[in-house]
Design a binder for this molecule. Structure first.
Ligand code: ZN
Length: 197
């Protein structure tokens, strides 16, 4: 439509102060929280990601949206993948990891807040996620595979941690100049990536 208002989707990038803050718990799911979750999901789609935490869109709140592709299911799948992958997109309210176990798995990660930079991140291969849902339910699920990794990555954002912080020193050296370049670029663009559509 010729005169339809354009929507702006904004993701905070490395160097943005809100990405380093510990996010606040959500006391109640209000209309504003639902609206924020919807905006986060639309933003995730526009930027073609699989997970997004509220600090990445500038809100220091413990809210995460996951859109991990069902095709990523491990074989055999963890119970959490079997339960949660068919429910994507999934909104997590005040999520926590109550336990981590299994081997340490190393896999390349990227982040919408750290565009074009990828590095291997060691993480426990299984976690137990506990979270509220938008409709007041509680999820408790043992998650592995890409889902388990994505949960750890997104929940890190709620504590001000970015995946680059967890990269081993030898690998970190390889991305440090790119990270500095991104922060310099960000400082001239309010640390924001914007899509207008
Ligand atoms: Zn991220």
């Amino acid at each position: 439509m010729l005169f339809s208002p354009k929507k702006r989707y904004v993701v905070q990038t490395l160097g943005s102060e809100v990405l380093r803050r510990k996010a606040a718990p959500i006391p109640a799911v209000t209309a504003e929280i639902r609206e924020l979750a919807e905006y986060m999901y639309q933003t995730l789609r526009q930027f073609d990601g699989i997970g997004l935490a509220a600090p990445q869109v500038g809100h220091s709140l413990r809210l995460v949206v996951l859109a991990v592709p069902p095709e990523s299911m491990s074989s055999p799948p963890s119970p959490g993948e079997r339960e949660l992958l068919p429910q994507m997109p999934l909104v997590l309210v005040n999520p926590e990891i109550v336990d981590r176990f299994g081997d340490i798995a190393v896999r390349d990660e990227g982040c919408l807040s750290v565009p074009d930079i990828f590095a291997p991140v060691p993480r426990p291969s299984r976690v137990i996620l506990r979270s509220q849902t938008l409709d007041g339910g509680i999820i408790t699920a043992e998650c592995g595979g890409l889902l388990g990794r994505c949960i750890q990555h997104e929940l890190d954002h709620l504590d001000g941690v970015i995946f680059c912080d967890r990269v081993e020193p030898d690998e970190k050296r390889l991305i440090e100049s790119d990270m500095r370049r991104l922060e310099r670029y960000g400082s001239k663009h309010q640390y924001q990536r914007v899509i207008t559509r």
